[in-house]
Design a protein around this ligand. Structure first.
Ligand code: FAD
Length: 385
């Protein structure tokens, strides 16, 4: 019997496995797909995340940060938002007394570092197919193609389409946004800027994320049809479109590859059901506008692992209702706050109504000058408060 069985070995599930197993908890980690392997010289993967300072500190504590290759990290010290010719709103690490605000890192790279850091005591089931689950008074059981796996506590870290959440009959509230987003990996004629910028347009934002060396990841938000059409274009035609619709600050570049994603907001109606707990995208998906999704997932995993380790040290039940309720209380509130903030942001910046557009420009100008408030927002975005 395992203490905990984690379904999903993506960034969040793997981090939780490392944290709990390092404290002596007996962990089973189930992953459907064998994780891809990255080496220093291989091509960059399209899926990248902006990892904030709080997540960085936790990954460092787990020893996973030290497994990352510096050749595949792009730190940024400035975050800039602008619209038309209005004065930009920028947050700099220097004004917060910090060396940097975050890093752009491939999801696969983070997952790989975490898997390298898994203690030998973690039993890995990978690749594995889950077919069912049951709960009993003192344990829960997963049915898989590798047999039954029993644990005191089950954790669903299996992403936005969580099978375990569905098997448990946990519903969600949410919707699909009117916009989709195109990710484009480009080679640039200059070294990556130590900056990430976002330009707001009536059709949706355009963003630049630095990648190591002479590379970058561009993000283009627009309505679904437009994004699908752009994603299907040959490289040279896409380059022309980007030149027409991105700010001139992008300068010379060539397209390497592209892919597009639907944007969905969803929030599970409950994070806990008996001996089952949800973390990361299994519990919530958020508009990626400000790159906060996996940072929220890491915060879930950090909170849950701290509670579990305390309980384990005291020799108490890892599925005690009061413990799991505390996790849900803490994390639901924080996640909802960030999700709602992103929705206000999305509504205000995607509106084509003239008064709202004027208010938005004014808002950016006021925010650019608002000392303590601006400092607070900068720290919040970087995960420093
Ligand atoms: C376009 C886009 C851009 C984004 N940019 C950012 C960003 O800049 N910053 C940021 O913080 N977040 C960003 N996000 C969000 C971020 O990618 C997610 O929040 C993050 O990947 C969630 O991690 P997770 O481990 O919870 O889920 P996932 O990454 O989805 O991992 C789930 C894992 O579970 C496995 N799995 C699934 N089902 C099963 C099963 N039945 N059995 C076993 N294993 C299973 C999967 O194979 C996978 O490995 C972005 C998202 C999108 C769509």
């Amino acid at each position: 019997m395992f203490d905990i069985a984690i379904v999903g070995g993506g960034m969040v599930g793997a981090a939780l496995a490392v944290a709990t197993a390092q404290a002596g908890i007996k962990v089973a980690l189930l992953e459907r797909q064998t994780p891809g392997v990255l080496t220093d010289n291989c091509d960059f993967d399209l899926r990248v995340s902006a990892i904030n300072r709080r997540s960085e500190a936790w990954l460092q504590q787990l020893g996973a940060w030290q497994q990352l290759s510096v050749k595949r990290l792009a730190p940024y010290a400035t975050l800039k938002a602008f619209e038309g010719d209005a004065a930009p709103l920028d947050f700099t690490a220097a004004e917060l007394g910090e060396s940097h605000l975050g890093h752009i890192i491939e999801n696969l790279h983070i997952q790989q570092a975490l898997w390298q850091q898994l203690p030998d005591t973690v039993q890995q089931f990978c690749p594995v197919q889950l077919s069912g689950y049951q709960q009993f008074e003192d344990h829960a059981c997963l049915q898989t193609d590798q047999g039954e796996i029993k644990a005191r506590l089950l954790i669903a870290a299996d992403g936005a389409q969580s099978q375990l959440k569905q098997l448990a009959g946990i519903g969600s509230q949410g919707w699909q946004y009117k916009q989709a987003c195109l990710l484009v990996h480009v080679k640039t004629s200059y070294d990556a800027l130590s900056m990430t910028w976002q330009q707001f347009t009536p059709q949706g934002p355009r963003a630049y994320l630095p990648l190591p060396g002479k590379q970058a990841s561009l993000v283009w938000y627009d309505d679904h049809l437009r994004i699908q059409q752009l994603a299907a274009l040959p490289s040279q035609q896409l380059e022309q479109q980007i030149k027409q619709h991105f700010p001139a600050a992008l300068r010379e570049f060539s397209v390497v590859k592209q892919g597009y994603f639907q944007l969905t907001r969803s929030h599970a109606n409950q994070y806990v059901k008996g001996r089952l707990v949800l973390v990361g995208d299994a519990a919530h998906t958020i508009n990626p506008l400000a790159g906060q999704g996996v940072n929220l997932g890491f915060a879930d995993a950090e909170c849950l692992s701290a509670l579990l380790i305390k309980q384990f040290t005291a020799g108490a039940d890892l599925a005690a209702p009061a413990l799991l309720a505390q996790y849900e209380r803490e994390r639901r509130k924080a996640n909802l706050l960030m999700m709602s903030a992103m929705d206000v942001f999305y509504q205000v910046f995607s509106s084509k109504l003239k008064p709202l557009a004027q208010l938005r420009r004014l808002g950016l100008q006021v925010a650019a000058k608002a000392g303590p408030l601006k400092t607070y927002v900068g720290k919040y975005a970087a995960g420093l408060v």
